[in-house]
Design a protein. Structure first.
Length: 81
């Protein structure tokens, strides 16, 4: 049984190529990443954990964007309940 793209090997290759393309885009836009080494980044795109790129909960004890959105949704739901 194959997947959408055919064989499992083809799917793995497709995803690897897709992630390499994403790593290439990220590296070309970043000042501290070398675009020539993008192929090393495709397996772990969370390359940087500085205070600008990292989790705000870790660095400033703030909620993440997802947590703030959820809080806003719950607040709105309580208004109408």
């Amino acid at each position: 049984m194959g997947s959408i793209t055919g064989s499992k090997r083809a799917e793995r290759r497709h995803h690897r190529d897709r992630m390499k393309a994403k790593a290439r885009r990220i590296a070309s836009q970043s000042a501290h990443l070398d675009p020539d080494n993008f192929s090393k980044l495709h397996d772990h795109l969370a390359y940087c954990s500085c205070h600008m790129c990292g989790n705000p909960r870790k660095h400033w004890n703030e909620l993440t964007m997802q947590e703030r959105r959820q809080e806003a949704v719950l607040k709105e739901a309580r208004k109408f309940a």
